[in-house]
Design a binder for this molecule. Structure first.
Ligand code: CU
Length: 150
C-alpha cells in the first residue's frame, strides 16, 4: 500500500463520516410513549392509544398509521352523537402543535385496528408505525392490555 492510497482512504473515511452525521444524528422532536392496545380476537377490532410529545418549535401532523396486525388501520376520533351516545369517525390528519403533548385515549383520538389478522392477547405486544408529515414514520410497540392501571 502506498502513501497516497492511505491518504485517499483517510480522506474518504473522514468525508463519509462528516456528511453522514446530519442524517444519523438527526433527532426527531417527536416522541411517542405509553403505547397500548386493546386485546381482540382474530377478525374483531382493536384500538391503539399513545401519547405524542412534540418537543419541536414546529407543528407536525399525523397522516396515518400502519400495522401488519390488522387488515385496515385508520386514525379515528370519538365524538358525542345527538342522542348522547358516542360515535367515531375516521380523520385524515391530526395536528400536533409545537411544544405540546397530544394524547390518543379512549373517548378521543385512537388508531383503529379493523379486522385483526390474528388474536391480539393481553400480555403480548403489537407493532405499528405512525406516519408524520415531518417526522416521518415512527415505529411503536404497544403493550396489549385492558385499560392501563386497572
Ligand atoms: Cu375507532
Amino acid at each position: 500500500m502506498n502513501k497516497s492510497f492511505l491518504l485517499i482512504a483517510a480522506i474518504t473515511f473522514v468525508t463519509i463520516n462528516l456528511f453522514s452525521q446530519p442524517i444519523t444524528n438527526h433527532q426527531s422532536p417527536i416522541t411517542i410513549k405509553d403505547v397500548w392496545a386493546r386485546p381482540g380476537a382474530k377478525n374483531a377490532n382493536s384500538a391503539l392509544y399513545f401519547v405524542v410529545q412534540n418537543n419541536g418549535s414546529k407543528a407536525d401532523t399525523i397522516l396515518g398509521a400502519k400495522s401488519k396486525y390488522a387488515e385496515i388501520v385508520e386514525v379515528h376520533e370519538s365524538f358525542k352523537r345527538d342522542n348522547d351516545r358516542m360515535g367515531m369517525r375516521q380523520v385524515k390528519f391530526v395536528a400536533v402543535a409545537a411544544n405540546s403533548k397530544l394524547e390518543f385515549k379512549p373517548g378521543g383520538f385512537h388508531v383503529m385496528l379493523i379486522n385483526l389478522l390474528k388474536d391480539v392477547k393481553a400480555g403480548t405486544s403489537l407493532d405499528a408505525t405512525i406516519n408524520f408529515k415531518f417526522a416521518g414514520k415512527i415505529k411503536v410497540k404497544a403493550v396489549v392490555q385492558e385499560m392501563p392501571g386497572m
